[in-house]
Design a protein around this ligand. Sequence first.
Ligand SMILES: CC(=O)[C@@H](O)COP(=O)(O)O
Ligand SMILES: [Mg+2]
Ligand SMILES: [Mg+2]
Length: 221
Amino acid sequence: MSLETALQSLKRGEFVLLFDSAGRENEIDMVVAAEFVTPEHVARMRQHAGGLLCIAIDNQFANSLDLKYMHEILSDSSISNKEMIMGLAPYGDHPTFSLSVNHYQTYTGITDNDRSLTIREMANIYNVENKQKKFVSSFKTPGHVPLLIASKGLLAARQGHTEMSVYLAQIAGLTPVTAICEMMDAETYTALSVDKAEKFAKQNGIPLIDGKELLEYAKVH
Ligand SMILES: CC(=O)[C@@H](O)COP(=O)(O)O
Ligand SMILES: [Mg+2]
Ligand SMILES: [Mg+2]
């Protein structure tokens, strides 16, 4: 499947599968552009992926909302057990988690209806004049959808699903806000293997992008 096929899928509001790399998480995420997310998208990620459904956002957008990484928020807080704060994951990357949010019009925040509203509304505030004012008045924290902040410098700085999915949205000409969810394997209780993900991709006509291909593309564009 070519990168162009994947970009076309994202532009149609459909999924792509995104593999990071064998030496990193070795995971495949289902990815969709946040501006298109419906309750059906959330249901399909819940049923066919089953990992943690997050919103990945562009670094500049995060700065405009005065959002910080969770490990920074905790380090600056008065919590006692600071030795628990994860600076680096086992594969060497800093976590990209920030606040977890619910849109203020959600009820519990977890249903497919609620999470799709939260995800879509995060994309919608990207285009408003006073982003931070709109963000603060539209969302509550803690909530049921973690925000992930893509690193400044994007793929040059970090090659996670956070940065790669935001980059895909950017080169597709879409709002740089994505919904991503790791694919789990209910038979092995581990992350879905690339082989099984390739089978799923083929059966469902969903493009699967290898992070390696994306990094190569980014080097020359
Ligand atoms: C949802 C995820 O995959 C989570 O790991 C955040 O993404 P990454 O660390 O791969 O950028
Ligand atoms: Mg992860
Ligand atoms: Mg990941």
